[in-house]
Design a protein around this ligand. Structure first.
Ligand SMILES: Cc1cc2nc3c(=O)[nH]c(=O)nc-3n(C[C@H](O)[C@H](O)[C@H](O)COP(=O)(O)OP(=O)(O)OC[C@H]3O[C@@H](n4cnc5c(N)ncnc54)[C@H](O)[C@@H]3O)c2cc1C
Length: 302
């Protein structure tokens, strides 16, 4: 089955979009704002929170960054209008980080300020290692002016434990606490930068999570891995955290049963809800990360 899964992943870019769409709609809320809102309403009704991602990553011209920010503002308006339990997740490359850092900062400053007025939180997603340092620097600059902004750190990077400590130290100087999402990391990174296997990545995840809890940071525990969920629950118990002092986070369409188990046990769970025209690239990436789910494509199609 593994070879077949790999084959699907390799041939996917050449498959008819309409065919892929049948499978993709498990992981993506749709192409339109209304489709995304429908998904968030449904999740809220089930007791889960949401974080909305307008699909799209690297852009080629400043105009595209402004367009992406405008779309996010439409999302903010809709969340506020409908009083949904949702926030937004933003990729800095989509806001021009790799074109012009000043432009990216200005766009993000405006977006976070707009979100602050609506009392909505902005999560800065973490991209590949070429973006890590600049993303952290921009986050800290924004965090010193706004409370409603947080960052993602990736447990697979060797640097992350140091980054987490430094961020918490910097923010403690202004009497602020950090708001992290901790995930494993999705990009392909060289061994020089990233821990090379799942055992080490899981150990590092637990180590970093404990550092964060020790310093009273707020953490979005982003994982579907039950071993990590177990470690997180152990630490939540050890540090006597109350449900509003952390949250679990999961991707739309991935292991809804685990999501329900956590909700039933009284934990808060936020679901990552991607939507937009760029769904094809997003789904291809999800499949590349985890070719074993490619088998579902066949089951769904035939
Ligand atoms: C809310 C959220 C936000 C994220 N944000 C970022 C980010 O900003 N930057 C970043 O680099 N990474 C991000 N990620 C991805 C993350 O880094 C991991 O690549 C991903 O979550 C898989 O790791 P895992 O901890 O779930 O454990 P794994 O051990 O990889 O997965 C556990 C099980 O979950 C299921 N599963 C996991 N991933 C998928 C998938 N994609 N499709 C179908 N089934 C799957 C499989 O059944 C698998 O066996 C995010 C993940 C989540 C949940």
């Amino acid at each position: 089955m593994r070879i077949l899964d790999q084959l699907i992943v390799l041939t996917l870019p050449f498959a008819p979009k309409a065919l892929v769409k049948k499978f993709a709609w498990r992981y993506v809320a749709g192409e339109t704002l209304e489709e995304m809102l429908e998904t968030v309403r449904r999740l809220n009704a089930q007791g889960a929170m949401a974080t909305v991602d307008v699909l799209g990553e690297f852009i080629h011209a400043p105009q595209e960054a402004h367009q992406a920010a405008a779309l996010y503002k439409t999302v903010l308006e809709a969340i506020a209008r409908e009083r949904l339990d949702a926030n937004i997740s933003v990729k800095l490359s989509q806001m021009g980080l790799l074109l012009d850092k000043t432009l990216c900062y200005e766009i993000m400053h405006d977006l976070v300020a707009t979100a602050a007025k609506a009392r909505i939180f902005v999560r800065i997603d973490m991209e590949d290692s070429a973006c890590t340092g600049d993303t952290i620097a921009l986050y800290l600059k924004l965090r010193k002016q706004f409370d409603n902004v947080g960052i993602v750190l990736q447990a697979y990077l060797r640097r992350t434990v140091g980054d987490a400590r430094q961020i918490m130290k910097d923010l403690s100087k202004i009497n602020s606490i950090a708001n992290f999402r901790l995930c494993k990391g999705i990009y392909r990174e060289p061994r020089t930068l990233a821990w090379p296997n799942h055992t080490l990545i899981n150990k590092n995840y637990t180590l970093i999570l404990e550092e964060m809890f020790k310093q009273q940071a707020y953490v979005g525990i982003a994982t579907h891995n039950e071993e990590l969920v177990w470690e997180a629950l152990r630490l939540i118990d050890q540090y006597r955290l109350k449900p509003h002092e952390y949250e679990f986070q999961m991707l739309l369409g991935v292991d809804p049963e685990l999501r329900q188990i956590l909700l039933n046990a009284g934990h808060r769970v936020r679901v990552y809800v991607p939507f937009g025209q760029d769904w094809f690239a997003y789904c291809t990436r999800r499949l590349k990360e985890n070719p074993s789910i490619a088998g579902h494509l066949l089951k769904n199609l035939w």
